[in-house]
Unconditional design. Sequence first.
Length: 163
Amino acid sequence: MIDRIASASTLVGAIGSALMAGVLLAFSISVLPGLKTLPVPVAISSMQSANAAILNPLFLILFMGTALSCVIAAVSTPFTDRGHSALIIAGAMLYVIGCFAVTVTLNVPLNDALAAADSTTAAGAATWEEFTTKWVLWNNIRTAAATAACAVLILGQGRSVLG
C-alpha cells in the first residue's frame, strides 16, 4: 500500500510541477514583457487583474495539490523498498521550497504591495518598477525549481521502477 501511495504521489508531484513550471514560465516570457510595453497605470491595473484572476480553484488545486503530493512522496518513499528515495525527496523539496515557499514568502508579498498601489501616482510607478524587477527574478527562480523538481521526480520514479 505504501508503495502505491509513494508512486502515485511522486507521479502527481511530477506532473503538477511540470504544469506549474509552464504557468510560471508564461508570466516571465510573455505576460510581464507585454505589460512592460504598456503605460505604467495600464500595466499596474492589468497585473492587478491577473493576480486576482489566478486565485481560482483550478490554480489553487494545482499549486497546493502539487505541494501536498510532493510532501506525501517525500514522507512515504523512505518506507518503501524503492532504492532511489533520495532523488524523490530532493525533487519534492525542490518544488516545496523552490516553488511553493518562494511563492508564498516572496512573490505573494510583492503581489500584495502591487494590489495596494495606486496606478496613477509616482509611488505606484515606483512600486511597479520594484515589482517588475524583484517579481520576475523570483518567478524565474520558482520556474526553474518547478522544472527541476519535475525532472528529478521523474528520474527518481524511473529508477525506482526500472531498478
